[in-house]
Design a protein around this ligand. Structure first.
Ligand code: TXA
Ligand code: MG
Length: 322
């Protein structure tokens, strides 16, 4: 029987995955575009749907730490410690891959990214499916990630099967730690603060070098809306708004401080707290992008540790090669 894609339940999602089909899955960070990680043809559909280059590896989601050794090998003690402490949760570990991982998942690299997501529906899905699910963020390559089923539809249309888990509670992608070398390296700041990881490990994190594995989220331009985006500090905000208004442009603003209203600006008040800010970030960017304004101006948040992942996403969303 073909599962009903418009009212998909866990059993229907399992059936689609077993048939080699894609299913968008909820996680606590962002929605993922999932496929059976052991099925090469199914994983190929992810790359086609996302228009993602083949050399950008995918994270394999697993049901629990007990599955770690099925997918990875030569796991150092610091990686075990992180998995035990933070899984299920917003932490991806990069480890030497096992023979079970198809080349297509890792983009030919000899490491694999693994994560146990903390969303109850997807955890149950993983348990019932009984194997790994490869899933990148459910957005077109380089575009804003999806944190609601509506966002996934806006990216991929009505044909995409979506397991509805409501809005994501964390709102930005997982923190990625490379555990394939002698010491842990932070490849992508994310849902779990680097400080908390350092605290649990009792050791510092290295920073990514040119030898580190490739992370597409580390490209200069990523997570980007289609409207040009300017990131400015709080004390430059008024001047930046005045300059765009002087050019006769209509602009959207996402700011933590209060901005004087005008008919040519749309202002969205951003959260003061970093976790709240992260939870709503991609929704706010999408809302502003849909208004088809001439430009977006975002007030850069503070530079302290809890804002690291948010600043990283905003910087890449604002980057333009022109
Ligand atoms: O929160 C998340 O991590 C979400 C949810 C769906 O789990 N997933 C996500 O996937 O953000 P994606 O593909 O958009 O970003 C995963 C990043 C990519 O930049 C990829 O390059 C990196 O993880 N990655 C995956 N496997 C890797 C590997 N073996 N070595 C280095 N980087 C890897
Ligand atoms: Mg992504």
């Amino acid at each position: 029987m073909v599962p009903d894609k418009t009212a998909l339940d866990i059993a229907g999602a399992v059936a689609l995955l077993r048939q080699g089909e894609l299913v968008a899955i909820p996680t606590e960070t962002v929605y993922g575009l999932g496929a059976d990680a052991a099925n090469v043809a199914a994983v190929a559909k992810i790359f086609a749907a996302k228009q993602r280059p083949a050399d950008h590896p995918l994270i394999v989601h697993i049901a629990g730490i007990e599955q770690l050794e099925l997918w990875a090998q030569e796991i150092p003690s610091f990686a075990w410690k992180l998995a035990e402490h933070f899984w299920p949760g917003s932490l991806t570990l990069i480890l030497p891959r096992s023979a079970k991982v198809p080349d297509i998942v890792t983009g030919g690299q000899d490491t694999v990214g693994l994560r146990v997501p903390a969303h109850p529906i997807t955890l149950e899905l993983l348990k019932q499916f009984g194997s790994g699910i490869s899933a990148p963020s459910a957005n077109r390559f380089g575009h804003i990630s999806a944190t609601t089923p509506q966002h996934v539809r806006a990216e991929f249309g009505n044909e995409m099967a979506i397991l509805d888990g409501g809005p994501c509670s964390v709102g930005i992608e997982s923190t990625i730690i490379d555990c394939s070398g002698k010491a842990p390296v932070l490849l992508r700041p994310g849902g779990i603060d680097a400080e908390r990881i350092i605290e649990i490990l009792g050791m510092e994190l290295g920073t990514a070098s040119t030898h580190s594995p490739k992370v597409s989220g580390s490209l200069a331009s990523h997570y980007a809306p289609r409207t040009p985006l300017l990131l400015v500090s709080g004390d430059q905000l008024e001047a930046a708004i005045a300059a765009t208004l002087a050019k006769g442009q209509r602009c959207g603003i996402l700011a933590r401080k209060t901005v004087n209203a005008s008919s040519s600006i749309v202002c969205i008040a951003a959260a003061q707290n970093a976790h709240e800010y992260a939870r709503h970030l991609y929704s706010r960017l999408r809302e502003l992008d849909e208004m088809k304004l001439d430009c977006l101006i975002i007030e850069a948040p503070p530079r302290t540790g809890e804002w690291l992942a948010i600043n990283d996403r905003l910087k890449r969303a604002a980057f333009s090669e022109n």
